[in-house]
Design a protein around this ligand. Sequence first.
Ligand code: GLA
Length: 399
Amino acid sequence: MPLAPIVLAPERERAQALARRFEKRAGAPPEGVWAAPGRANLLGEHTDYNAGFALPFGIEQCACVAVRRRSDARLRLWSEQAGATELSLADLTGERISGWAAYVAGSAWAASEAGARATGFDLLLDSDVPMGAGLSSSAAVECATLSALAELWSFARSPLELARLGQRAENHVAGVPCGLMDQLASMSAEPGRVLWVDFQSSSVTPLDLPLASAGLELLVIDTRAPHQLADGAYAERRRACQEAARSLGVETLRDADVTSLAVAPGAAPSLGPEWRRRARHVVTENARVLAAVEILRQPGPASRLQRLGPLLSASHASLRDDFEVSVPHLDVAQVAAESSGALGARLMGGGFGGSVLALVPDAAEAAVASAVRAAFVERGWSEPALFPARPAAGARRLL
Ligand code: GLA
């Protein structure tokens, strides 16, 4: 079966339609419509909270919000996908809020904490970022909301500062102890480019990713295996990394010595086998990102991108064996993709479910899709969703 094309409504039409639906609910037109994308990540997983490197990018699917300020303190929030809820400014305390409203209310809380003069507002959300797929649907909502509030509450902030506010919303109000990658990618993404992020200096360097000229596609295989970062395993990995860094006498694993961890098992005896594996993942993952950056920065034919494939597969092996964040759905999708023509594939995002990202020559796309589907059918699993991830624009105003 060929891949189902994803039909994305042209941006302006989508924004106008959302504005009309907003007006029906709110009784007045929105003051604007803003969008922010979900993110994929070429390479660099669980490196953001270790002051390391990653290569995320924005995808075409995004969260759109239509917003209008109110003269009172009410927050009336509607989601096209997930129902309605009402809060007031007094509820923005930084305490946990459940459901999708946490991303909007959390962003409003983080902005007001950062000094914005808050007003009540009506907001209608429409998102086509698949949820639970490891594509940061929540960061997209935060970044769209913060882009809107930055204008409506007149508090000018850089994309990096807004990303940090989104992360704060996620950490405190949604209760997910994530790093900065998702929000930074959603805020700063550029069409046709990946972002080389150095999380120590928080610098973002966009690099061209000429997939089409290379005859390649980055295929997302959303395994639809349940995906839950808040369940403690992510926080446990963060703690293990901190402990490992402490045992190694470095501030963060960014500064850990590759050779002692990767080669000499006798080195750093204070590090138990589990922490050693966790640390080795981070150290080798950083090295893989830098190897990818070298490939991306080289002049020469786009076909050099094929050399990214083995780096992706090595990343998967490391996430599976050393960091231990894979699950059978991800491993099966990864192997099926690789053995049917993908040049490399790996689980993407936090792990424990979500998606695999595969680097696939155009000519092999149909074979990869049917091999992955067949592998899932054989195991009695529900069908995965497959679609291309194409680097797209970051947070922006649409109307
Ligand atoms: C999740 C988190 C990110 C990052 C990734 C793993 O997506 O939100 O901050 O840690 O996992 O790379």
